[in-house]
Design a protein around this ligand. Structure first.
Ligand code: AKG
Ligand code: FE2
Length: 301
């Protein structure tokens, strides 16, 4: 297999060597380079991709959509944002909408839920055949894209301003909510589609490779859910470009680090959609918020 040194480090030990100080940055001039292998997403996963995922609990694919499509989606989100603000919408299908303030003082939406149900471009994105190729990472016949379940397609918009309190997210796994719903933890994936360039020196996603298959004890107690923000010595930051796709196992521990910068440089927009298995639990306009969904808002005050 064709792998460089950084890749061997990650595959061999499950973490990066000390010289990279855990921030995912490779030495060298390309700030989007990572110390793990990055792939292209086709309609079928390769054995190498599946093996990497089983061991580490995540995968990173370059250029899932091109920059032009990214711009179109950002424009569509802006239009929808203005509509939600003028209507004063508080929640979508029971999921609270998070509002904040942009650097110019304008009100913005910082967490959209079920955005795929409100704009055709986002709905179409979820019909991309390549997403179904990811089902293979779970391998059961009941895999589906969460168009009407959990929070649907979410769009997160992080920005550091004096007024914005949505600039980071504490340690958590995404599978915890199954427990709050009184369900068994079912295999799930969370697929991220990144809409801004994000390098690890500017905050962003931090994951702890290999924490997805260490059992329920690790899933429940490795960190204090959403409260803890402390860097972990085994954490890996992802250097992503707008248009990249990442996927992580629902049981993988991760957080979003705050950008050390304020203003435009700190802006980070990323969408997530779950791939779900098990009982079909759709949400609609009469659904009530789950404790888990409140936790995200409470801990970000
Ligand atoms: O913004 C990110 O990259 C991760 C967000 C996240 O973990 C979540 O919304 O559950
Ligand atoms: Fe998450």
């Amino acid at each position: 297999m064709n792998r460089d040194k950084g890749v061997k480090d990650l595959n061999g030990n499950g973490h990066l060597s000390d010289s990279h100080s855990g921030n995912g940055h490779a030495n060298g001039s390309d700030s989007f380079k990572n110390n793990y292998p990055v792939f292209q997403l086709g309609e079928k996963l390769t054995e190498e991709q599946k093996t990497f995922f089983d061991k580490n609990g995540f995968l990173h694919f370059k250029n899932f959509i091109n920059k032009e499509r990214v711009t179109q989606l950002l424009n569509a989100a802006k239009t929808l944002q203005n509509e939600w603000i003028s209507k004063g919408l508080k929640s979508i299908n029971g999921v609270p909408i998070k509002y904040g303030t942009d650097i110019n003082g304008e009100r913005i939406v910082q967490r959209f839920a079920f955005i795929n149900q409100h704009n055709e471009q986002f709905a179409e994105l979820l019909r991309d055949e390549r997403l179904k190729g990811l089902f293979d990472l779970i391998g059961t016949p009941d895999c589906r894209i969460g168009e009407t379940e959990k929070d649907g397609l979410v769009l997160n918009h992080y920005i550091n301003t004096e007024e914005s309190n949505y600039s980071q997210l504490g340690w958590h796994t995404d599978a915890l909510r199954d427990i709050f719903q009184g369900q068994k933890v079912m295999p799930m994936l969370n697929v991220g589609i990144h809409l801004d360039n994000s390098t690890t020196d500017n905050g962003g996603l931090r994951i702890i490779p290999g924490t997805h298959n260490k059992g329920l004890g690790t899933m429940l107690f490795k960190k204090v859910y959403f409260i803890s923000h402390k860097p972990d010595k085994k954490e890996v930051g992802l250097n992503v470009e707008a248009g990249d796709l990442t996927v992580h196992d629902g049981r993988l521990w991760h957080r979003v680090a705050r950008s050390p910068f304020t203003g435009e440089k700190s802006r980070r927009r990323v969408m997530y959609v779950p791939i779900i298995t098990g009982k079909f639990i759709p949400r609609d306009k009469d659904s009530k918020p789950l404790f888990y969904q409140r936790l995200i808002s409470i801990t970000n005050k």
